[in-house]
Design a protein around this ligand. Structure first.
Ligand code: GLY
Length: 427
């Protein structure tokens, strides 16, 4: 079986590694370029976000399954497009992907099916939104309705910041049409938990939990990122939260069926725990990054089998090991702002057996004469996910940081506190 994965980051590398474990898998192609490519995981080298080039690739290469990573493709209906051509594809159709691509649609869904979430209102113009600020205290959360690459959410500490956020969205149109509507919602304080789930025939099969570290600096300081560390299971998750989550899942299943969303793929429930109560912050309709890098190494069942079960509308038989996985992401200094790339990465050959290295933003430099790999260089803000899977969190933490000490590239930066118990995260 040959598989094409659309996307090119650490998430796609982890999916490729997991899919390549199945003995039926002959080749896994990553649609653009991932520096972790080897003799089974190959780079298709297609331009990013170009459906025409994907179509051409599919015409010229025997592909039996397409797996879609990033949300932009799903929101534009790539699954509908591939299915219309008779190509087997894993992911939700455009109608179901709206649970991620429209914040307003997701909130309406939550309200309609009594899924606990923060109080909210939606607005499509500046004046109404400005008046709506009176409904909330501060901080208040302002979210552009559409996909904004993780930049569409502002937590405004006072009226000045809120007015600026509304001006940027409605007058300066910094998100273009993705900001044509907004959701304004009550700020909830607590800690976040990520729950990825397979969805098959509108039935939900949850993975084990994970905890993403979104802030760039230690102690959860600095700007938000795409995620610079992750652990699974989430150490603050309790049996009571599990019970609340199961009730929420049943409500989501009822909603998916009633709305005839025919969801197939991954539903990622972004939870927030405030004073022991679970709220849904957001839905994503794809694998999370870096959650995937810590969840898939703990998966005992076969990922390809699980994906096929979902595509065929069968029960998804998931199985997770009773261990702990942790990743710290090595980033280019300056990320999530401006950063430089092209620096050689050394020491990857020195990591201990069992330590996993997923490539987020790297590039292989190939000698044009010998066709051999000469070196690997940095090629993004998030560069490498260093993952350890151990019996407990402390052992995983030590293994990750011991191995990071052997890896080097100029301008390398990373958080040093991933996996440390946070005093402010209490269930
Ligand atoms: N880690 C959060 C996300 O994938 O959106």
């Amino acid at each position: 079986m040959n598989i094409l994965i659309i996307g090119n980051g650490g998430r796609e590398h982890a999916i490729a590694e997991a899919l390549s474990k199945n003995k039926e898998t002959k080749r896994v192609y990553i649609s653009t370029h991932n520096g972790g490519a080897n003799n089974k995981i190959l780079n298709a080298g297609l331009p990013n976000h170009n459906i025409e080039s994907i179509d051409n690739f599919l015409k010229n290469t025997q592909i039996d399954l397409v797996v879609v990573g990033p949300e932009q493709y799903l929101s534009e209906g790539i699954i509908d497009h591939l299915e219309s051509k008779g190509i087997k594809a894993f992911g939700p159709r455009k109608s179901a992907a709206r649970l991620e691509s429209s914040k307003a649609f997701a909130k309406e869904f939550m309200e309609k099916y009594q899924i606990p979430t923060a109080k909210y209102f939606q607005y499509d113009n500046y004046d109404a939104a400005l008046a709506g600020l009176h409904e909330f205290g501060y901080p208040v959360v302002i979210k552009a309705d559409g996909l904004c690459g993780g930049k569409g959410v502002s937590i405004c500490q006072n009226k000045k910041e809120a007015v600026q956020a509304l001006t940027d969205i409605f007058h300066n149109r910094i998100f273009g049409d993705q900001g044509a509507e907004i959701v304004m919602e009550q700020f909830l304080s607590g800690f976040e938990a990520s729950l990825l789930c397979f969805v098959s025939g509108n039935k939900i099969y949850p993975f084990d939990t994970a905890m993403d570290y979104k802030k760039i600096y230690d102690n959860d300081l600095g700007p938000n990122t795409g995620g610079v560390g992750c652990i699974s299971p989430n150490p603050y998750w309790t049996a009571d939260l599990d019970q609340q989550s199961n009730e929420i899942i049943r409500k989501i299943e009822r909603g998916l069926a009633a709305e005839k969303l025919e969801f197939t793929g991954i539903l990622f429930i972004g939870y927030l725990v405030e004073n022991g109560k679970l709220y849904v912050l957001e839905f994503n309709t794809r694998f999370g990054d870096p959650e995937t890098e810590v969840l898939l190494p703990r998966l005992q069942s076969d990922l390809l089998t699980n994906m096929m079960q979902a595509i065929e509308g069968k029960p998804v038989e998931l199985d997770f090991a009773e261990n702990v996985a942790m990743t710290t992401i090595l980033v280019s200094q300056g990320y999530p702002g401006k950063y430089e790339t092209g620096y050689e990465i050394t020491g990857l050959d020195l990591v201990d057996p069992g330590i996993l290295v997923y490539h987020n933003g790297t590039k292989q430099i190939i000698d044009p004469i010998s066709d051999q790999k000469v070196k690997i260089v940095t090629n993004g803000g998030r560069v490498l996910s260093i993952v350890a899977v151990k019996d407990n969190l402390e052992a995983a933490r030590q293994a990750v940081y011991n191995n990071i000490d052997r890896i080097h590239f100029d301008n390398m930066s990373y958080r040093t506190d991933i996996g440390k118990i946070m005093a402010n995260y209490k269930s």
